[in-house]
Design a protein around this ligand. Structure first.
Ligand code: CP
Ligand code: NVA
Length: 474
């Protein structure tokens, strides 16, 4: 269980045991655990309490007074009481609830609050009830971004890359279903670290030892810039092959292209017309293949989207996300991702433009293991009370000829102010971009205060860097 605890969270438990030993107690109580948490410098737990203006010394003194009981025979190693164990388990649950893989001091403190007892009562007296604590912790996460992560724990990315504990080394990313929930959250945690500490330079430097070839059968702005920049920031090389350059499957078969690239580069990123091309590249090459958009999926987009959503909402599990529009590649990946992190996805697509049935079934099967739900609805019904509304172009790349016909079919599916009004008051608007302004979304919504489209775009850089680092190794 301790494997997923941050170094500071482990230190807090150790301090709690030390405290028990010093006082000849054989058991670590919830109050002892709380004292341990209050003793770890630079933790998010202390930062959150400070944000609530709680005088830490007074709080510590009060909890210490409540935790000293009759000395017993000095034990070798004090163990946790059943209640303290429950507080730790509740802390683990709080970490999961907030969509984090690592259990930090802030989660353990929430565990102490939820478990109840004297520590919880003392904290509540100082105003640190569950809701206030959760809010203060969300603020601490946001502040960490402003100070470049100065208060952050040790590098999650370095640890995950070094140990390959997520099991991603040398794996391909063709579909969001290639990842499990733990891997998705792990990628998001690494991506957050890369975002927060970007100005401090990368935790990795490949020094030219890794290279990525980027095949584009379709145009791109975000994917092209973020993959190239991401590789450069990690110290790797990129080679870009545009649509006219290699004649994939025309001048040379996909299999032969894959066999050749395999001899030169560390990974292949491809944006392709047909998903089958990715499958073929994967079959004929031993290096990882990364799907940078196919007719079927866009997993890199989903990772950036989940990162943006968690950044804004402080959690993923339990959020209601409405998809309004085409049942396309972006929805497919989003569905498979949402299903694994516990998001309630309601999708509204015009008749005949719904998602692929086999992907829908796969997403529902994955959702059975989480609290996720994947449901079809009418547009306004889907938007009702949603935490986020997501849309994409009505005609994807390659469907330009259908644009007028689709405009007619999708006329009730525009995300405008009226639709946003149906959503929760703090609902965010999402779009993978590029957008067709005036079609699927109005300027007012796209440029509005609740639009997080540029966070999504920015996160393409961080999420893909995390994928590259975890896949290609140190
Ligand atoms: N969202 C996205 O993939 O953008 P590009 O098509 O510009 O790469
Ligand atoms: N569905 C769109 C996404 C673009 C990033 C397309 O395939 O064109």
């Amino acid at each position: 269980m301790w494997h997923h605890f941050t170094e500071r969270a482990r230190r807090a438990v150790y301090y709690a045991q030390e405290f028990a030993s010093r006082n000849s107690l054989s058991l670590v109580t919830v109050e002892g655990l709380c004292l341990g948490l209050l003793s770890v410098d630079g933790s998010r737990c202390l930062a959150a309490l400070q944000r609530m203006d709680i005088p830490l010394e007074d709080l510590r003194a009060e909890i210490e007074a409540a935790s000293i009981s009759e000395p017993e025979n000095r034990p070798e190693r004090p163990t946790l009481t059943a209640s303290a164990k429950r507080a730790v388990e509740l802390g683990v649950r709080e970490a999961k609830r907030s969509g984090r893989r690592e259990v930090g001091t802030e989660h353990l403190l929430l565990g102490v609050v939820v478990e109840g007892g004297s520590a919880s009562r003392i904290l509540a007296k100082w105003g640190a009830n569950l809701e206030a604590m959760r809010n203060a912790i969300s603020e601490v996460y946001l502040l960490a971004e402003d100070d470049g992560g100065a208060e952050e724990e040790s590098s999650i990315l370095q640890r995950c890359v070094g140990s390959d504990e997520l099991g991603l080394r040398r794996t391909s990313l063709l579909s969001m279903a290639d990842l499990n929930g733990d891997q998705i959250i792990g990628i998001l945690d690494c991506a957050d670290e890369l975002r927060i500490r970007r100005s401090a330079g990368g935790p990795l430097d490949w020094n030219g030892r890794k290279s990525l070839v980027m095949i584009f059968e379709k145009p791109s702005l975000r994917t092209r810039v973020t993959f190239e920049l991401g590789m450069k920031e990690l110290g790797g090389n990129t080679i870009i092959l545009g649509p006219a350059e290699i004649g994939l499957g025309v001048r040379e078969s996909v299999a032969d292209v894959a066999r050749n690239l395999d001899r030169w580069v560390s990974a292949i990123m491809a944006r392709v017309r047909s998903h089958e091309t990715l499958v073929e590249l994967h079959q004929h090459s031993s290096v990882p293949i990364i799907n940078a958009l196919s007719d079927c999926e866009h997993p890199c987009q989903t990772l950036a989207d989940l990162q943006a959503l968690r950044q804004r909402k402080g959690r993923l599990a339990g959020l209601a996300l409405a998809w309004i529009g085409d049942g396309n590649n972006v929805l497919h990946s989003l569905m498979l991702g949402a299903a694994q992190v516990g998001i309630r996805l309601r999708y509204a697509c015009p008749p005949g433009y719904g998602p692929d049935v086999s992907i829908l079934e796969r997403a529902r099967a994955l959702a059975a293991d989480t609290e996720a739900e994947i449901e079809a609805m009418d547009p306004l019904e889907a938007a009702e009370g949603a935490d986020a509304i997501y849309t994409d172009v009505w005609a994807s790349m390659g469907q330009e000829d259908e644009r007028e016909e689709r405009r007619r079919a999708f006329s009730e599916y525009q995300v405008n102010a009226r639709m946003m009004d149906r959503a929760a008051p703090d609902a965010v608007f999402m779009h993978c971009l590029p957008a067709h302004r005036g079609d699927e979304v109005t300027d007012e919504v796209l440029d509005g205060a609740n639009s997080i489209v540029l966070e999504q775009a920015e996160n393409r850089l961080h999420a893909q860097k995390a994928v590259l680092a975890l896949t290609l190794g140190p």
